[in-house]
Design a protein around this ligand. Structure first.
Ligand SMILES: *[C@@H]1O[C@H](CO)[C@@H](O)[C@H](O)[C@H]1NC(C)=O
Ligand SMILES: *[C@@H]1O[C@H](CO)[C@@H](O)[C@H](O)[C@H]1NC(C)=O
Length: 359
């Protein structure tokens, strides 16, 4: 029952926020494909039992908690987390500057800081399991969000939400177009509305077209300012070029603005979909890499080696004491024996005496 509610909730919310439920589920499934065996186990331990270790099951949870339709009792308690899904950059600045746009070190909330925060919390073994489960759900979602270019869109149009128009004749806005509308169209027109077929296609693209890109995607560039294991500052900056060169430009290559309704169809769809798919793959690959690294880190923290070493030290100390006692006992025996011989020696061995006797 709860399972169904969660699923319905995710579907319902798909037109409201983030990549839609489909986009988030795809990112999570791509990540799942890159997890080490230990990371699969870790994920299973840090999701509720009904998810059965499937990251995509709760990938849209951070959206569903925000709205009265999907979380009628508690949605007010989660409003603080709304700002964690995105960051805004000045219109046509075409770069992300965290000092200017989101001073997360100074307490400002945005997707950059939230990825830092939840990566850190997921790896923090001093937190209880509820807190780390929450960290995993948030992380899965926010690493997805940060790869949707309009989650780092322009301030004045609220990441494309205020730029409205038509896509193949249907009313929408630029943000929703990138969250859901283009992905849904792709799946329905080219994959018989079967998102599993689409996932298989994306994984194939990853292993062919982008096979040489993968190792570079998971490295933090030297100028990245993020702490911990996720290079969110650099990932956000990648959106800036996409936004200025492709996302915010119409089919005549003109800038799209709030004041003009857009009319987009084939040209936009056929030329922009490649960026959507590259971003879904990058998001998935990076999410998988972050989880793998967190698990790897834990292994060194948690490893019984430390305890093992202590045991060895203890054992060695004990052995040293025993050895010392054995040696001591041995020396005492020798000493006693030597003394006994010394008592006899004057009679038998003292050379002077013998000489004098002989002489
Ligand atoms: C970090 O996560 C905790 C737990 O969800 C939250 O209370 C806190 O506000 C977060 N901080 C930032 C900067 O996102
Ligand atoms: C993949 O790598 C090629 C060659 O280095 C590069 O030109 C291209 O931009 C990369 N694509 C992505 C999406 O990272």
């Amino acid at each position: 029952m709860f399972f169904t509610l969660v699923l319905l909730g995710s579907l319902y919310i798909s037109t409201v926020n983030g990549w839609g439920a489909t986009g988030h589920a795809l990112v999570a499934r791509i990540a799942q494909n890159t997890l080490t065996q230990e990371a699969q186990k870790f994920v299973q331990d840090h999701l509720p039992w009904y998810a059965k270790g499937d990251l995509s099951m709760l990938a849209s949870w951070p959206d569903t908690i925000l709205y009265p339709d999907t979380n009628p009792v508690e949605y007010l308690n989660w409003q603080w987390s709304k700002e964690l899904h995105y960051v805004n950059t000045p219109d046509w600045a075409c770069n992300y500057d965290r000092h200017r746009d989101c001073d997360w070190a100074g307490g400002q909330r945005c997707v950059d800081g939230s990825i830092q925060n939840y990566t850190n919390r997921l790896a923090d073994i001093s937190l209880d399991s509820t807190q780390r489960q929450e960290a995993l759900r948030f992380l899965v979602h926010f690493i997805g969000d940060v790869h949707q270019p309009l989650h780092a869109g322009f301030t004045s149009d609220r990441g494309g939400n205020s730029i409205k128009g038509q896509f193949f004749g249907k009313a929408t806005n630029l943000h929703s177009l990138w969250d859901t509308v283009m992905i849904e169209r792709r799946i329905s027109t080219d994959f018989q509305s079967d998102s599993s077929k689409y996932l298989a296609y994306l994984l194939n693209v990853m292993h062919t077209t982008y096979i040489r890109n993968i190792s570079q995607w998971t490295k933090c560039p030297s100028n990245d300012e993020s702490k911990y294991l996720a290079c969110s500052t650099a990932w956000i900056d990648e959106n800036s070029d996409l936004n200025c060169d492709h996302v915010y430009r119409n089919e005549q290559d003109q800038r799209m603005t709030i004041s003009q309704q857009f009319k987009l169809s084939d040209i936009y769809f056929n030329t922009r979909m490649i960026f959507v798919e590259a971003r879904l793959l990058q998001g998935g690959v990076r999410l998988g890499a972050v989880i793998n690294k967190v698990v790897e880190l834990q292994k060194h923290h948690h490893h019984p080696k430390k305890g093992h070493d202590q045991l060895c030290t203890g054992t060695m100390l004990l052995m040293a004491v025993i050895l010392f006692q054995v040696v001591l006992a041995f020396l005492i025996v020798i000493y006693v024996a030597a003394r006994r011989r010394n008592y006899r020696r004057p009679l038998a061995q003292m050379p002077g005496v013998f000489h004098s006797v002989k002489a």
